[in-house]
Design a protein around this ligand. Structure first.
Ligand code: HDE
Length: 689
């Protein structure tokens, strides 16, 4: 944790040795125009530190953003687990949460279509517990031995290192088409879950089945869920995500930091699905298979506590970059299952961190430190910080007593779940892992028509970038097993016939699960942290603008006035309205909604601005809420985002009214923003003006 922060501002400049530095502008030279001298130890120290600033980026999840906060359980969970932090409702357990994309390098764009990491480190009184999850509840593969292949296929292709942070290329789809077990995950990755609006607006999942162990040692399977409490679950439009990649590659990083700075703390509820070990067989699929969910309708998600992120890191490198999560960081009462993907992860995390963080002592880096005392006989190695006193570095020992002691499980020591294990040594996939398509069909059938359309378009885009026809063909054959209609819609745009289905095991039928649809499960409560653009030009009606702005601000939104010139615009009453940004520098894609105030001259000027017209047309295309006051409707209809006969006509996500009624119109506009996108407005295209 950030216990060793330092503030340099106002301090005397020193070397690493504490030597006060008199000149930080010039190297030591032989004469003012002479060569530099090797003896300049201050220059060499500074340059050496700089030369070695970079460490290897994470082999996956390289790009991320993080925040501090706390977790608090609602009531003691002793009936399922003896984990201390899940049994004390008064305790606020500090957490550090890192969100990430998976495929892109550290400098890639936030809005790439990708899975998002959702890693939580709980600094508990029994040691650190890491819940290293994703924003999608299943995974591409069932066995860890396939992970290097998956990641190689998804990363830029090996010969030219193209494309960056994108799966829309041959090698990814080649691998996927040959791995039918990935089909369920692919449905999620092609959905809007993979282009989240914000890290604050994502669900999180532990993915694997873990184990809860109670005080008597009884073990139960548990799946972990994070559900946003105040922000809903929202996605971007694909076209918007692509544009944001260029306009603001830091979109998600900025959004998280800004929201926390503004006091709009994101909150999630931790939910659990608990399954008695004896009931696991009755589910009809294997709980150890990470390509399967437990539908919430089968086993409800029980909310057990709340997480709040309320503090930004002080230093990106020291905290966000150096944090090291590990699925093996467990506490008494929580254990792993035999899921072969999870078992492989138990090896991989520390192994990769040894290289990334330069040796075995990275648990001593402040962000990784436990908040409880650490005592053991681990010693030495690169970057050792702890100064262990005495000559005893082994156990048991009899000299220099008292010796270090083990802690029995009854007194808080960790004990693995007493799971009976026997079997023949073999390399084989369990037959119970064999049904690769039924849950992909479940996901597809649980989506609303709009969400299905987005999945179709994503597949068309991704497979449309695949050059090898046989790969597209094989993917289509797999998609037939999910839904023939889906395969046909993708095939049509690819210009290929729908092939016969690829081989499969008999399908299992699931009832559609509304919880799998982002749109159906959304319960929008707040617009805190949402960005609203106000388009204004000289002659704007400032009274309407201010009334709407005040309502939006008090609902927690951020409001920015955009115009064709910086400075201020003169309003209709002779006052002036300060301008925050040029329309060209802050495009519609960085906003959640747009408001156009009244004022005949302002509306006329906006009508004549190609940038302003493009702004509202693009916001419309991306299904964003639009509000227009008074004469703004002239501009909006000229831009083609209103039917000619407006005002009076109400379209979803469009709020119109006269300039004097801004305050009364505000609640409808705010409700539209909370819904987020109005896909039901019809078409991506603007209305012919
Ligand atoms: Fe990871 N994963 N993973 N992973 N993973 C890493 O560890 C790995 C998997 C996840 O913000 C690496 O320190 C294997 C599933 C997150 O620092 C590495 C397998 C899930 C993060 C690694 C998986 C995850 C990582 C790279 C298949 C969701 C970022 C850097 C057997 C439940 C954590 C590092 C952060 C990072 C290995 C699959 C989540 C290489 C071998 C499934 C959120 O160790």
């Amino acid at each position: 944790m950030a216990s060793e922060t330092t503030v340099d501002a106002g301090q005397q400049l020193t070397s690493n040795q504490g030597l006060k530095i008199a000149d930080n502008q010039n190297t030591l030279k032989a004469g003012v125009r002479g060569p530099s001298l090797l003896e300049d130890q201050l220059f060499r120290e500074k340059m050496t530190a700089f030369d070695h600033e970079r460490i290897p980026e994470r082999v996956v999840h390289a790009r991320g953003a993080a925040a501090h906060g706390y977790f608090q359980v609602y009531e003691p969970m002793s009936r399922w687990t003896r984990a201390g932090f899940l049994n004390d409702p008064r305790a606020r357990t500090p957490v550090f949460v890192r969100f990430s994309t998976v495929a892109g390098s550290r400098g890639s764009a936030d809005t790439a279509r990708d899975v998002r990491g959702f890693a939580v480190k709980f600094y508990t009184q029994e040691g650190n517990f890491d819940l290293v999850g994703n924003n999608i509840p299943v995974f591409f593969i069932q066995d860890a031995i396939k992970f290097p292949d998956l990641v190689h296929a998804a990363k830029p292709e090996a010969d030219k290192e193209i494309p960056q942070a994108s799966t829309a290329h041959d090698t990814f789809w080649d691998f996927i088409s040959l791995m039918p077990e990935s089909t369920h995950m692919i449905m999620w990755v092609m959905s809007d879950r993979a282009i989240p609006r914000s890290y604050r607006m994502m669900e999180g999942f532990g993915v694997h089945s873990f184990r809860f162990i109670d005080a008597r040692g009884t073990s139960r399977f548990v799946k972990f869920h994070w559900k946003p409490l105040n922000n809903g679950v929202h996605g971007l439009a694909w076209d918007e995500a692509l544009k944001l990649g260029g306009m603001d590659p830091d979109f998600h990083r900025r959004d998280l930091a800004d929201a926390i700075d503004a006091g709009a703390f994101p909150e999630w509820e931790l939910g659990v699905q608990v399954v008695e070990e004896a009931d696991a067989e009755r589910l009809g699929f294997d709980l150890l298979d990470a390509t399967k969910i437990i539908p919430e309708e089968l086993v409800p998600v029980r909310p057990i506590g709340k997480m709040v992120l309320n503090r930004n890191p002080d230093n990106y490198f020291a905290e966000t970059e150096q944090v090291a999560y590990h699925v093996g960081n467990l506490v008494p009462g929580i254990d792993v299952s035999e899921d072969p993907l999870l078992q492989g992860r138990m090896f991989s995390y520390v192994d990769t961190q040894l290289t990334r963080l330069g040796g075995p002592n990275f648990h001593e880096i402040p962000i990784n430190r436990a908040v409880v005392p650490v005592h053991n006989m681990n010693r030495d190695g690169f970057h050792r910080q702890t100064i262990s006193k005495g000559r005893i570095n082994y156990e048991p020992s009899s000299i220099d007593a008292p010796a270090i002691k083990e802690v029995p499980a009854a007194q808080g020591g960790f004990a693995s779940a007493a799971v009976p294990v026997s079997g023949t040594k073999l390399r084989k996939r369990s037959e119970s892992f064999g049904d690769h398509y039924s849950q992909a069909t479940l996901f597809w059938q649980s989506q609303t028509p709009v969400e299905q359309q987005h999945i179709v378009e994503a597949l068309q885009f991704e497979l449309g970038k695949v050059a090898v026809p046989a790969v597209r063909q094989r993917m289509l054959a797999n998609l037939v097993n999910v839904d023939t209609g889906l395969a046909a819609r993708v095939a049509e745009v690819l210009g290929q016939p729908v092939p016969p289905a690829s081989p499969r095991t008999p399908a299992r039928r699931y009832a559609p699960s509304p919880a799998l649809s982002m749109i159906r499960r959304n319960n929008p409560k707040s617009i805190a942290g949402r960005q609203v653009a106000v388009l204004a030009a000289p002659g704007v009606d400032a009274a309407g603008l201010e009334a709407m702005k005040a309502a939006l601000l008090s609902a927690g939104a951020k409001v920015k006035v955009l115009s064709t010139r910086l400075g201020a615009v003169r309003d209709a009453a002779g006052g002036s309205v300060p301008v925050d940004h040029l329309i060209v520098t802050m495009p519609s894609v960085v906003f959640d909604a747009v408001m156009v105030p009244g004022g005949a001259a302002s509306a006329a000027a906006l009508k004549g601005s190609a940038d302003a017209v493009h702004f509202v047309r693009e916001a419309f295309k991306h299904a964003k809420p639009i509000a227009g006051l008074g004469e703004a409707s002239d501009f909006l209809s000229a831009a083609g985002v209103l039917p000619a006969q407006a005002p009076g006509t109400r379209r979803p996500g469009i709020t119109l009214g006269d300039a004097a009624s801004a305050a009364t119109l505000a609640p409808a506009f705010i409700a539209d923003i909370a819904v987020h996108r109005h896909w039901d407005r019809g078409g991506k295209d603007v209305v012919a003006a």
